[in-house]
Structure formats: structure tokens, C-alpha cells
Design a protein around this ligand. Structure first.
Ligand SMILES: [Zn+2]
Length: 282
């Protein structure tokens, strides 16, 4: 047992979103067994043999959720800076990733897990190829993972439906309560409409969530408007997807399960202008 006491506040996610001032948390094995005011919990569990941590000056919050990441790409941090997104991705990142061994992906994912834990992240939504080493790294960490199986059928990478079905069959029995498989069609510029529709059906048939880049860059939004005469969230919604988004998707995504990823921050191409949040263009 572990008692963390004298916390300035414990922020809960109970139905009242209660914030307990001068709070304490009792932990049994790897689960929160009780929370409440510090003096009350100390009294209630006075006779219990336990380790005590003084949380004075600290606030306990629920674990954060990283809504979008490519965990193993921690290994590419600082690689190919100051390039436009498309050139960065196609000329530098994809060729470098093609050389990643399973050991590289395991190490990169492990590093990402450690960094996420250090920042208070408890769950992450990942999109990366080679599920085997990812699974191994996750099982060694305390994190929960939505393990996105990538799908791409436009461009040099070939992760089409055959790859997905094979990978899903291989790993579906190896996941646990804290690891769930998700279908991750990469983006509309790397996945054909036919395959996106296949993804939706496969996800429905197997009760899987979908994870996709959406409105990642301004160029992607402009191309979509030109080709489909609508914005990406509307196109995705037509196909039957929820969304992960910047730009207008922030607004429409509130109704459809969107998160704002930070992956594009490296190129300053995936940011949201503060004054655009909450505004929907016609
Ligand atoms: Zn991404």
C-alpha cells in the first residue's frame, strides 16, 4: 500500500469533476484504492502498513492522453530540420524509416514511453508500422496504448488491406486490456478512397476504432477543397470516419471525436491559429 498525502489538490474525473483540496490518494498494488481529504484518509488507514509520500505543494491530476503520435519516431528527433512537410516526409523520413530494424522500433517506442510517463501521460494513440516491437515495448511499460496498424496504398510504402488483415490476425490475440488494436489509415493523400471505405467496413466488422491524420497541413486542406469541393472533416464524415484534426476540424471534430495532434509542430505545419478555434468557415 502507498499513501500520497498532503496534496494541494486531487483533481478527479468523477461525475461531479470534484477537486479535493488538501487531498490524499491510497494506492493498492497498481490501482487507486481510495481518495479523499488527507486528514480523513490518514485516520481511516492509520493502522495499515504502508509507504507514505508527502505530496505537499503538488497537484494530482488524471493521466494525460496523447491523442496522436508515432512513438518510434523519437529516434528521428532533430533529423531533417527546416524543411517543408512534403519534402521532409518523402525525401527524408520515409527513406530513413525504411531502414529501421525491429530493434530500432523497440528502442524508439521504449524511449517514447519513458518520456510520456515522465510528462504524466498514461495513454497514447499510436500509428506505426511493425506491431511486434511496439507491442514488446508497451508490455514492458505502464502505459495504455491504442496500437494503430498503418494503412497506405498511395506512394512508396505498401501497407494495403492485405498487410492489415495479416497483421491484425497475427496480433489480435496478443493484446490485453491496456493495449487495443486500432486501424490507422495514414491520410487521404496516402490512402485511396476505395481503401478508406474498406477500412471503415473492416473496422465496423471487427469493432475497431479508426485513427487518421486529418487536415494535417494547410496544403492538404487546399488540395481537398480543390479536388472534392469540401473540407477534409466533411469528406471523412461522408466516408463514415470520425476525425483527428486541426483547422476547421477542431470545431466539427468536437462532435465527432477529434483530437489535436502535435506531430506537425516540427514543421509548423499542423498548428491551429488560436483565433480560428471555434470558428467554422462556410
Ligand atoms: Zn502523425
Amino acid at each position: 500500500m502507498l499513501l500520497i498525502k498532503n496534496l494541494q489538490a486531487v483533481v478527479t474525473q468523477n461525475s461531479d469533476h470534484q477537486i479535493i483540496q488538501d487531498g490524499a490518494i491510497l494506492v493498492e498494488k497498481d490501482k487507486i484504492a481510495d481518495i479523499g481529504q488527507s486528514t480523513k484518509l490518514e485516520k481511516k488507514y492509520a493502522k495499515l502498513k504502508k509507504k507514505i509520500i508527502d505530496g505537499r505543494g503538488k497537484v494530482a491530476i488524471p493521466g494525460l492522453i496523447n491523442m496522436h503520435t508515432h512513438a518510434a519516431m523519437t529516434l528521428l528527433r532533430g533529423f531533417a530540420d527546416d524543411m517543408p512537410f512534403k519534402a521532409w516526409l518523402e525525401q527524408k523520413i520515409w527513406p530513413a524509416e525504411a531502414k529501421f530494424s525491429p530493434a530500432d522500433i523497440y528502442s524508439g517506442t521504449k524511449l517514447a514511453c519513458d518520456e510520456m510517463l515522465a510528462s504524466g501521460t498514461a495513454t497514447f494513440n499510436n500509428m506505426y508500422w511493425q506491431a511486434g516491437p511496439e507491442l514488446r515495448a508497451i508490455k514492458e511499460s505502464a502505459l495504455r496504448d491504442f496500437m494503430g496498424l498503418p494503412i497506405m496504398d498511395i506512394g512508396p510504402m505498401d501497407f494495403g488491406p492485405n498487410y492489415v488483415v495479416k497483421t491484425y490476425k497475427q496480433f489480435k490475440s496478443k493484446v490485453s486490456d491496456k493495449i487495443k488494436i486500432v486501424l490507422a489509415p495514414h491520410a487521404i493523400y496516402t490512402v485511396s478512397e476505395k481503401t478508406l471505405i474498406w477500412c471503415k467496413k473492416f473496422a465496423d466488422d471487427n469493432n475497431l476504432l479508426l485513427h487518421i491524420h486529418l487536415s494535417e497541413t494547410e496544403e492538404e486542406v487546399k488540395n481537398c477543397l480543390k479536388k472534392h469541393r469540401c473540407r477534409l472533416p466533411d469528406l471523412q464524415f461522408e466516408i463514415g470516419f470520425g476525425c483527428n484534426a486541426a483547422w476547421k476540424a477542431v470545431e466539427s471534430g468536437r462532435k465527432r471525436g477529434a483530437g489535436h495532434g502535435r506531430a506537425g509542430f516540427k514543421q509548423q505545419s499542423g498548428y491551429v491559429r488560436r483565433n480560428e478555434i471555434g470558428r467554422v468557415d462556410s
